[in-house]
Design a protein around this ligand. Structure first.
Ligand SMILES: Nc1ncnc2c1ncn2[C@@H]1O[C@H](COP(=O)(O)OP(=O)(O)OP(=O)(O)O)[C@@H](O)[C@H]1O
Ligand SMILES: [Mg+2]
Length: 293
């Protein structure tokens, strides 16, 4: 987003005072502001109201903004970012959120910069529990986040609390067993193989794959599948876990993007050990015994 919210110190939305720009994402810019009514600091996420300002026929609120607004206003959970207010000003849609200190990617970057080889186990467990608690809260309401990644998990300054954010891709599951949805979801590093293979019927399992990728990343402080393209990601997954076939994944050969020509990698005997070795964890850590490989 190119438009700015205003100058620092400027009044916005009738009750907020702009403090500074925090970050920008695919759908908007996020600013820190002061709520003059409650005297608390908030985060304001500003998105263009129209998908394409140059298109005179485009008069709709972008679907991601609409979705995020409809869903977030209804969710109340300690591990889901709280929305305080929503307002429209000068052709822009603004969400007012509780202010968080950083996102999980930034926190992991700090640990890496400090020379840490992986996240402290206790810390990782506590954060994982919290993130899963937020995910469960959504899934219990048949909501699939569909964009779980470290950038969309916000944290407090002490890095003791994690909250799910960025609900622009969220969808409600229509029926048990999953519905048919768009495959344009989840940054490809965190995208499950069934989506890359073109399966458009899916359910909450999409979030669970992303969650697994995030856990590996917390453990190793580097992404599990940092590939340039979707097909590269799929091949790396097959290489690490073995190329799936009809026996262990009935129906896989009928999926739109499945190719009979895919290389056939054999399945490792001990999945966890093989995964860790291939992720170069042994080279990263001097305490490999911990993992009993
Ligand atoms: N409530 C908040 N408090 C502090 N920082 C926030 C808050 N909400 C968002 N941010 C920051 O802004 C970034 C982008 O926010 P968000 O993911 O909601 O936007 P987006 O445009 O939908 O992003 P994406 O690129 O994932 O589509 C976050 O990664 C985070 O660093
Ligand atoms: Mg985001």
């Amino acid at each position: 987003m190119t438009a700015t919210l205003g100058e620092p110190g400027e009044g916005i939305g009738g009750r907020y005072l702009l403090i500074r720009h925090l970050n920008s994402g695919g759908y908007g810019s996020v600013y820190e502001a002061q709520d003059r009514q409650n005297n608390i600091r908030v985060a304001i996420k500003k998105s263009d109201l129209f998908s394409d300002q140059n298109d005179p026929n485009d008069q709709g609120v972008p679907v991601v903004v609409f979705r995020e607004g409809c869903v977030l206003c209804k969710l109340t959970h300690p591990n889901v970012v709280k929305v305080h207010d929503v307002y429209i000003e000068q052709g822009h849609h603004n969400f007012v959120f509780e202010l968080c200190a950083c996102n999980l990617r930034e926190y992991m970057g700090q640990l890496d910069a400090q020379g840490q080889r992986w996240m402290d186990e206790d810390k990782m467990q506590k954060l994982t529990r919290q993130i899963l608690s937020g995910v469960k809260y959504c899934h219990d309401r048949r909501l699939i986040h569909r964009d779980l990644k470290p950038d969309n998990i916000l944290m407090n300054a002490e890095h003791t609390i994690a909250k799910l954010a960025d609900f622009g891709m969220i969808r409600m599951m229509r029926c048990k067993g999953g519905g048919r949805y768009t495959d344009r979801l989840v940054t490809h590093w965190y995208r499950p193989p069934e989506i890359m293979l073109g399966d458009i019927r899916y359910d909450t399992a999409v979030d669970m794959w992303s969650m697994g990728c995030i856990m590996v990343e917390m453990m190793m402080l580097c992404p599990a599948f940092a590939c340039n393209t979707e097909i590269e990601c799929l091949m790396v997954i097959f290489q690490r876990f073995g190329t799936p076939d009809e026996e262990d994944w009935p129906g896989i050969t009928t999926l739109p993007n499945y190719l009979m020509e895919f290389p056939k990698w054999s399945k490792p005997q001990n999945l966890f050990a093989a995964f860790m070795v291939k992720m170069s964890l042994l080279q990263k850590s001097p305490t490999k015994e911990t993992y009993n490989l």
